[in-house]
Design a protein around this ligand. Sequence first.
Ligand SMILES: [Zn+2]
Length: 230
Amino acid sequence: MTDVKNAVIGSYRLVRTNRRTLSISLDRDGVVTAHAPLKMPQWQIERFLAEKSGWIEQKRKVAQSRQDQSLRYQVRQGGRLPYLGGEIQIALCSGKKPELSGQTLYLPNQGDPVKHALKWFRAQAEAQLTPLVQQWAQRTNIHPTRLSFGHAETRWGSMNSKGEMRLNIALMHCPPAYIHYVVVHELVHRLHMNHSPAFHACVERFYPGATKIRQQGKALAGYLRLLREK
Ligand SMILES: [Zn+2]
């Protein structure tokens, strides 16, 4: 049995277990946890934390911007949502169907606005990403056997060994360059079912600049959780 002693010391959480080494982790809200061996002296733990303070600070900034993002984007009257790398404004109205007019997305004021927004984003994904996949399939000569749309919390897309491709409707929040990158990424999984250097080289060959664009993924990850039904 593991003996767990929890304590909140200063701005980090200390968890002592029957382990050999000290490690630290950060949760999504930026809370630091030090996982320490049972008898390690506290000065040693705090010295380690001090050494890692640059890394912690950097991770906290990412967590903070993620929180800012979720506060900024809300599905309510006057709220905003990212759309294709830009932003659209939300207006609740008496209409029956969600509809984009100019930069304003009109959502029915009856029922859950998040549900309405999801329905609209799904329809956009189907209408806009289906031809995009076809276009890239022709260009790369890699053809998925099936294309479907989902709303997974952790991934933008997937491709299985049967050639079935799935894209996240949250891609519609992202800049077009990133959407293209994800489409090419998933197609190339038909050739490489891994993320080896050969895989990435192949993606870059089909879509020059992909390696750079891929780095935007971290900053965009918050979009995967933007529209979640309560
Ligand atoms: Zn992949």
